[in-house]
Ligand binder design. Sequence first.
Ligand SMILES: NC(=O)c1ccc[n+]([C@@H]2O[C@H](COP(=O)([O-])OP(=O)(O)OC[C@H]3O[C@@H](n4cnc5c(N)ncnc54)[C@H](OP(=O)(O)O)[C@@H]3O)[C@@H](O)[C@H]2O)c1
Length: 364
Amino acid sequence: MVVAQRVLITGGNSGIGFEAARQLLQLGHHVVIACRDAGKAQKAVEALAPVAKASGVSVDSALMDLTSFASVRDGAAKLLARHPRLDVMVCNAGVMSGTRGFAAPQLTADGYETTLQVNHLSHFLLVHLLLPALLASPAARVVVVSSELHRKALAEAPAAAAGAGSTPGSTAAPAAPKGPDVGLATPEWLTRLRSPSAATAAGAAAVPAAESKRLSGMQLYCISKLYNLWFAFHLASLLPSNVTCNAVSPGWVPGTALGRGAPWLVRVLYQTLCPLIPFAVSVPEGARRVVSVCVGADEGAVRGRYFARGAQSDSSSESLDTAAAAELWKLSMQATGVEEYLPPQQQPQGLQQQQEQKEQEQQQ
Ligand SMILES: NC(=O)c1ccc[n+]([C@@H]2O[C@H](COP(=O)([O-])OP(=O)(O)OC[C@H]3O[C@@H](n4cnc5c(N)ncnc54)[C@H](OP(=O)(O)O)[C@@H]3O)[C@@H](O)[C@H]2O)c1
């Protein structure tokens, strides 16, 4: 018998998120879709309601715009009031902008590059805000939707391989620099993705606009998907035993609206012709891969893993760079204004603390 879980999915009104919501309802789970647009949220809930009814479960929506930390905070507070317990949280919403390398970066009102904020920073903040509900579950899961394109993060920004995001011991000859020249998890890097005014307000060095103009939407997307893995793996190492965190790639799913930033003709061709390519994944299959990490029995038994093509898989070597993940974590806390990510009683003892405690015990 299925034990009904309460699942929150960001970006649940469209593409993989919408289809995952439908499948979860069919399987007998309650679903809350987090959306930025009230009209789209209502339309999606209306479309999902018959499925929920047939399974005897509920579907509703929560409003939040991931381009705004204030909106995320407001949406999370309302959600917690309605749902003090969540069993699964899916960080699914994402954007890939059509920005070309020569165009000015698209910044949010918080002063961050939009892809970085929607795909990573706002989910980082949202999971933190919803931890009380996840910790209230006897067995909760955080599922971060990444992409195989995380492998391209350094390839797209080759000179960054020399920085903190690189794999120690890598002997690969650096390609001609066409991207940023600092590590992807360094303050210098994140500062490059901020508006000069926001950086100055925070006391950081302002970035010359020309520096920020060098990244295309694809480069930013790949980097954000590597950030998803650094986030998921580091979070998994911090969470108490009743909450797991894993990452998943749905595969290449050209039938969704992800490429909406591209010129219309490219978009239409992409969405209609690409799904016919043999290795393209259908929206239902992409969603099924996400759903299995949300509620599958085997997937619930592991933490800090990456799933691709429907099975546990190796992620890129740089995604396993724990120092870079920890550095990104620190920077993300600063960016989102989070002082303590986990409630104090849930914080795992750091290795150093454990060592100190051992030494003290030996001295006594
Ligand atoms: N499609 C692929 O080939 C593929 C491959 C690997 C990974 N993924 C990942 O799968 C996830 C879902 O993408 P998809 O392909 O299903 O694309 P999609 O159809 O465009 O869905 C993206 C969802 O994110 C929401 N979203 C975008 N910006 C937001 C914001 N500022 N605030 C709140 N919600 C926002 C969208 O809402 P609106 O409708 O209001 O814009 C939409 O519901 C993404 O994380 C993506 O990186 C996709």
